[in-house]
Ligand binder design. Structure first.
Ligand code: NOJ
Length: 559
């Protein structure tokens, strides 16, 4: 049984499962809930506090499951509601909580509501659950605006009777109209549905997008240029509007009906100063901070971002979150092994197979030989993770990072699934490279993922990084994660303060102390630095010389 600890989430180690790529028990090439159950002891061996499962709902997979056909069911290819119940039970028995991914900004185009909206026609209550508008031009043949969707291509798609609907993502993901009370009621029902089945919390997809202010008359809608020029300060027509928090206040009341109060974490890509609105205790309670995920491998940048985020979470009494990898970005072992590229404009290596766009998100491009230093990338990733696990707040890890996986680039265009690839079109390789099914064994069908060809191809180098190869092996990335997470449990106290050790912080190093004399020192540079006094508890890589911390390595010490 789980201990009823209302603060469990504050410094939790959360492991993200991308269900379709974790473990395939029924041999159809797609991971499933029985697969998760079959690996429950593995999850326990990681000493994590919770798993967050990316969507497992019925879906045509236009966007990896973030196109939901039915919010209160499980995709038959992934399992059944009974499998969900069994998974919750098996994980709870092992002290692991379960976080469900909620996708409230949009349904899929196959959701019964959208199908009903198509049938019912303009002006109907069915259409009022979505954002339908008349087009411009003589016969409404032009979209209401020239906006582009996040995945590329237009934000509007025309339906048979001539109206257009808004989709900020793929056309298969029509945006819901959150001004409609029915939408509110239905999501409350969905929250209760999963909470009553034992879910411990939610990860809320596109949490900053639900509230919109879009006049009915297409002529009054701003153009793309006007929209892009508008401040995102609570008044923007599409993003981060102040009234979105009214929705989360409603949800908080529901979450608080349970004991202990259930948790929620917002996926909100907003200005950092606006993040506390999402993490406030009368709202979702916690919000993702992607700042380290976006950061260069730089000590001053890390220090600034850590300090800033600790201040931000203090503003609402929440705790911060830290993320280096998830299902949307190039894995951090790979990012940290690439030459530093500034923006798209100043790419020095036009042939590189991964480039950074202006927002510093990495996108795959076609290219010649990768300018990737795999070994350095992994060393840095391990160092970064050990630092992350010592920070106050919760650490969100993504399946496969505990194996030190690199991004998979060996995926041919005809095997790609990500809508960003199809809508760019083909310019961005998209996010498939971090979603390739996990290697459990060094040999055998799909490296132990299942009994059939996996839905995305696995590269030959997966053998060497498989769980089987790393299990129990001194110095493997898997062993480092296990040791770090086990030790973290022992070292953590309720004291969430962090004290910088200024004399050890510089251009290439960071050091801080947590309660109880737990000291973390990270060397970002290439050359060794002197280690301070203290008993070495764990390091992210070998310590060759006594009293020295090698480059790209982090150490935990006991003062
Ligand atoms: C954020 C999710 O993490 C991403 O995978 C998805 O494509 C978009 N939201 C749209 O739901």
């Amino acid at each position: 049984m789980l201990i009823d600890d209302k603060n469990w989430w504050r410094q939790a180690a959360v492991y993200q499962i991308y269900p379709r790529s974790f473990a395939d028990a029924n041999g159809d090439g797609l991971g499933d809930l029985q697969g998760v159950i079959s690996r429950a002891d593995y999850l326990k061996s990681l000493h994590i506090d919770a798993v967050w499962l990316s969507p497992f709902y019925p879906s045509a997979l236009a966007d990896g499951g973030y196109d939901v056909d039915d919010y209160r069911n499980v995709d038959p290819r992934i399992g059944t509601l009974e499998d969900f119940d069994e998974m919750v039970q098996v994980l709870h028995e092992r002290g692991i909580r379960v976080i469900v991914d909620l996708v409230p900004n949009h349904t899929s185009n196959l959701h019964e509501w959208f199908q009903a909206a198509l049938k019912a026609g303009p002006g109907s209550p069915e259409r009022a659950r979505y954002i339908f508008r008349e087009g411009r031009g003589e016969n409404g043949e032009l979209p209401p605006t020239d906006w582009t969707s996040i995945f590329g291509g237009p934000s509007w798609t025309r339906v048979e009777d001539g109206q257009w609907y808004l989709h900020n993502f793929a056309p298969e993901q029509p945006d819901l109209n959150w001004k409609n009370p029915e939408v509110h009621e239905d999501f409350i029902k969905t929250l209760r549905f999963w909470l009553d089945r034992g879910a411990d919390g939610f990860r809320v997809d596109v949490a900053h997008g639900l509230a919109k202010d879009l006049p009915e008359d297409a002529a009054s809608l701003p153009s793309k240029a006007e929209l892009d020029a508008m401040p995102v300060d609570g008044t923007h027509p599409l993003w981060d509007r102040d009234e979105v928090h009214e929705i989360y206040r409603e949800w908080r009341e529901v979450l608080n009906e349970y004991t202990p109060a259930r948790t929620a974490v917002a996926e909100a890509w907003v200005e950092t100063s606006r993040r506390p609105h999402y993490s406030s205790p009368d709202g979702l309670g916690q919000a993702f901070n992607f700042d380290l995920l976006d950061a260069d491998f730089s000590a001053p940048e890390f220090r600034h971002l850590i300090a800033h985020n600790l201040e931000l979470s203090d503003q609402t009494g929440s705790s911060s979150t830290w993320v280096f990898s998830n299902h949307d970005v190039v894995r951090h072992a790979t990012r940290f092994g690439l030459p530093l590229l500034g923006s798209a404009e100043d790419i020095e290596h036009p042939d590189t197979w991964i480039k950074a766009d202006q927002a510093k998100h990495f996108v795959l491009t076609d290219g010649a030989e990768p300018a990737l230093d795999r070994e350095l990338g992994l060393r840095r990733a391990r160092a970064a993770t050990l630092l992350e696990l010592a920070l106050p707040g919760s650490a969100y890890m993504y399946q496969g990072e505990e194996l030190g996986l690199h991004e998979v680039v060996e995926i041919s265009d005809d095997q790609r699934q990500d809508p960003t690839f199809f809508r760019s079109p083909g310019v961005e390789k998209g996010r498939d490279g971090c979603r390739v099914p996990l290697p459990w064994t060094a040999e055998g069908e799909s490296f132990g993922f299942g009994q059939a060809a996996p839905h995305l191809p696995q590269p030959a180098w997966f053998a060497e990084v498989s769980v089987e190869k790393q299990d129990g092996k001194d110095g493997s990335t898997l062993s480092m994660y296990r040791e770090a997470l086990a030790l973290r449990r022992e070292l953590l106290t309720e004291d969430e303060s962090l004290t910088w050790i200024d004399e050890l912080c510089g251009e290439y190093s960071l050091a801080f102390e947590r309660a109880g004399g737990w000291v973390t020192v990270m060397n970002f540079g290439d050359d060794p630095i002197a280690l301070p006094a203290g008993k070495v508890l764990l390091s992210s890589g070998p310590l060759a010389q006594e009293g020295e911390l090698p480059g790209a390595t982090t150490v935990w010490l006991q003062r």
